[in-house]
Design a protein around this ligand. Structure first.
Ligand code: KG4
Ligand code: ZN
Length: 339
């Protein structure tokens, strides 16, 4: 069958990324994969600042695309299409990526494919594994926390999601409360290793409610109350460990329920976890236990493709193009920050 070579561009949050991917017979090969993080620019503010992100994307987008094209050894003329994240995300950054992608597509006379960032995450395990549809996906990042039933290309059903904070956001807020810096996840996880997970009996919101929706705002409030008197490292470690244990309990129970109700058809039950939070070892172990108990296999893409990247955007573009699922005039598509 015909092979497709796609340039992908990702600018929806705080990574400026570009990748060139070759797609043939359902298999993806990365020819290049460039990610420039803006973490250092945002760290002083303990969170991602949209204005700073937009300016950084504007400065870095062309250079990042050029670096990805260079590393691929290809010219624009050799591409079969250009894909860029069109949303959801921070509007400033999304516009930069979209404009960059459209300009290249138009100049090179190639199709432009607007990609939903969440679809990119949903397809990300297929970058490195033979991961046929359907599978259950848990996307846990700084901006997202949701269970998706990935039935097929373009066929995604949201089974449940957070009704307030995302898990990564909760980690970042706890880190801020304890003065641990940004991003908070890795710092909280490191400190939790020295703490007692039973020191505080933090709430497990919505745990006993049916369904797959989640809530973490109340947990964060309880942590804030406990943090007010926490001065020593040991006290902070206990808070981190107890907070992380509450998150693990909620995610594991919701995963168990999601897997119980998941229709794997004739195939194996596959449970994919993606997003920056998937790098947390305690959370991964809790999900692994839940998966094993339900006879499912836990699949976690390599960290590089768990967090925001352009390879997954290129893959989504390639799969759409291969399936003839493309919008007829991608150049007319607009930014959709809340897509
Ligand atoms: O997927 P990602 O890189 O960016 C988006 O949010 O789209 O995820 C970043 C989030 C941050 O909130 C960060 O604190 C969290 O993932 N995170 C972690 C860990 N590493 C990163 N949360 C918990 N434990 C970790 N080890
Ligand atoms: Zn993301």
């Amino acid at each position: 069958s015909k092979s497709l070579t796609i340039l992908g561009i990702e600018t929806s949050c705080d990574e400026t990324a570009a990748a060139v991917l070759r797609y043939e017979d359902g298999r993806a090969t990365l020819l290049s994969d460039v990610i420039r993080t803006q973490l250092a620019e945002h760290a002083p503010y303990l969170g991602v600042v949209p204005e700073i992100a937009a300016r950084a994307h504007a400065e870095l987008a062309d250079l990042t695309v050029a670096a990805a094209m260079n590393a691929s050894g290809l010219s624009y003329a050799e591409l079969d299409g250009v894909a860029a994240t069109a949303g959801p995300g921070l509007i400033g950054g999304v516009l930069v990526g979209l404009m960059t992608g459209k300009a290249i597509a138009q100049a090179a006379g190639k199709p432009f494919i607007p990609v939903n960032h969440l679809e990119g995450h949903a397809l990300s395990p297929r970058l490195s594994e033979d991961c046929p549809f359907p599978y259950l996906l848990l996307l846990v990042s700084g901006g997202h926390c949701q269970f998706l039933d990935v039935r097929g290309l373009g066929d995604y059903r949201r089974l449940g999601s957070t009704i307030d904070d995302a898990v990564g956001e909760a980690f970042d807020k706890v880190a801020k409360l304890l003065g641990l810096g940004f991003p908070g996840g890795p710092a909280v996880e490191a400190l939790a290793r020295n703490g007692d997970p039973k020191a505080h009996d933090f709430p497990r919101p919505l745990l006993n409610r049916p369904g797959l929706d989640m809530s973490f705002a109340g947990l964060k409030t309880a942590v804030a109350r406990a943090s007010a008197n926490a001065k020593s490292e040991a006290e902070k470690a206990d808070i981190c460990a107890s907070f992380q244990a509450a998150i693990c309990d909620v995610l594991a129970e919701k995963a168990r329920r999601a897997l119980e109700g998941f229709d794997a058809g004739a195939g194996d039950k596959r449970f994919v976890v993606a997003g920056g939070v998937a790098s947390n070892k305690a959370i991964r172990a809790a999900l692994e236990t839940a998966a094993t108990a339900q006879g499912a296999r836990l699949i976690a893409p390599p960290l590089r493709h768990c967090t925001d990247n352009a390879a997954m955007i290129a893959l989504a573009g390639a799969e759409h193009l291969a399936a003839g699922l493309c919008e007829t005039d991608g150049l007319a598509s607009s930014a959709r920050p809340r897509w």
